[in-house]
Design a binder for this molecule. Structure first.
Ligand SMILES: [Zn+2]
Ligand SMILES: [Zn+2]
Length: 465
């Protein structure tokens, strides 16, 4: 009975851990490595295990750094089932479609260049067809229901409150007379975030695999961020320009729409036209809207008044490229929400090109911006940015509202761990090493639990713990 850490150990992305029980092998997550070009090349490499010998995958949620390599796993011979929450399965369809589109498009572009140099064509990591095949392996579960996935392994999913359909996984493992219980936290939600419920609390485990993304940080209170956002929108209304909001398609976009609905009057939003300009975000929002049973009490009550997320009176969903391009003709009074969240791709780049040089334009940054991204350059106050091959002078006002996060912060993580009775063995995954070290120390001091930082390819024998 073993666990081996393959991805998101000593780093944030590429979540993937292998559990061996008797002759069965279970993967927890199978995520993409994300980051710079070089990191992402690693996704095409061989898996560190034989996909044909994996019996089942248990998937925590639909962010690509957790699920994005599953189509490749299937393409390379995985025959088993992928167990995940039902709504997560629907979200994966949206995520895979977007990823496959990008891979196919990038391969086509590269191959045109390669053809001119008489080089052989390259293959996309996976195609829409591969993604469709992978989705046939998905088996949707409800929260709170125990399921035997292979002989000797039972699982139960619990709401992680991170994005819709996200889970923390309890696993009961049995090998001969030995029994162990493992809890995999997935990504743990931010308790103050709107729409979804608080992250579940679990009381028993021998071993806990725990995320540590914000293990070294405290978030600003959510309420404070909301006030800042309201003030910026009021200020923008006076300067009469447009507001651009780069936003992640899943999670952050739905939170924004929810807040717009909740603060519609207070923020004087009736004077704006609001555009959701991202086919992917539109699809994700429709899934959120269909599943109010997964909302918290307050959001449920709003949904009961028939106020769906995409039901704002002045919200327009722009699906086609033509509709999106038509937005170029609006120079005042529009709030445009578009992806990608860090401005590295998607329609937001067109809008930035059209707006960043305008003095009356406001760019509202509401998500994390990684180093090296266009979004980060804007946050850092760049005077010039390059969008495609064009240099653009930034005259727009750039506002950063921190505090909106889909992850628990240090205190949230320690509190969550504090609910376990009898100290479990803890392995920290999904975090940069500085965050992990700070969290490790905090866990030791406040809970007297010794937490290990999972090392890449490290094997832990569960019977020796
Ligand atoms: Zn996530
Ligand atoms: Zn994650």
């Amino acid at each position: 009975m073993k666990i081996q850490f393959f991805g998101a150990s000593g780093e944030v992305t590429g979540s993937c851990h292998l559990i061996e029980v008797g002759r069965y092998r279970i993967l927890l997550d199978c995520g993409l490595i994300q980051g710079g070009y070089k990191d992402e090349l690693r996704n095409a490499e061989e898996f560190a295990f034989d996909p044909k010998r994996i019996d089942a995958v248990v998937l925590s949620h639909s962010h690509l750094d957790h699920c994005g390599r599953i189509p490749l796993l299937v393409k390379r011979g995985f025959k088993g089932s992928v167990y995940t929450q039902k709504v997560c399965r629907d979200m994966c369809r949206v995520m895979f479609k977007d990823a496959a589109n990008i891979y196919q498009h990038d391969a086509e572009t590269a191959n045109r260049k390669r053809a001119r140099k008489h080089l052989p064509p390259i293959e996309p990591l996976y195609t829409q067809d591969d993604a469709d095949k992978a989705l046939k392996h998905f088996y949707g579960l409800d929260y709170g229901v125990e399921e035997e996935i292979v002989p000797g392994v039972r699982i139960r999913l619990n709401d992680a409150g991170h994005i819709i359909g996200s889970s923390m996984v309890e696993l009961w493992l049995e090998e001969g007379k030995h029994r162990r219980k493992v809890v995999f936290s997935g990504d743990i939600g931010h308790g103050e975030a709107p729409i979804l419920r608080q992250p579940s609390v679990i009381h028993q485990a021998d071993v806990v695999l725990m995320e540590s993304t914000y293990g070294g940080r405290s978030h600003k209170p959510w309420q404070e961020s909301m006030q800042e956002m309201g003030a910026i929108l009021m200020q923008a209304a006076q300067s009469k320009g447009n507001v651009l909001i780069p936003s992640f398609a899943v999670g952050r976009t739905q939170e924004l729409l929810y807040l717009f609905r909740e603060y519609f009057e207070q923020w004087n939003l009736g004077h704006w036209q609001i555009f959701l300009d991202s086919p992917m975000a539109i699809e994700a929002t429709e899934i959120y809207s269909r599943h109010s049973e997964l909302y918290n009490q307050k959001a449920k009550a709003l949904a009961l008044q028939d106020k769906t997320l995409d039901g704002l009176p002045n919200l327009r969903l722009t699906r086609s490229p033509e509709e999106s391009m038509a937005l170029n003709r609006i120079s005042s009074g529009a709030i445009i929400i578009a992806g990608s969240g860090m401005c590295e791709g998607g329609r937001i780049r067109h809008h930035l090109k059209n707006h960043a040089w305008r003095r009356d334009c406001h760019i509202l940054i509401v998500g994390f911006q990684a180093k090296g991204t266009l979004g980060r350059q804007l946050v850092d106050g760049a005077e010039q940015v390059k969008i495609w091959s064009e240099s653009i002078r930034v005259a727009a006002q750039v506002h950063t509202v921190g505090g909106f996060s889909a992850h628990a912060d240090q205190q949230g993580l320690v509190q969550w761990l504090g609910h376990f009775e009898r100290s479990p063995r803890v392995f920290l995954v999904h975090g940069e090493s500085s965050a992990q070290q700070m969290l490790q120390q905090e866990i030791q001091e406040r809970l007297s639990i010794q937490a290990d930082i999972a090392q890449p390819a490290q094997v832990v024998d569960l019977l020796e713990l």
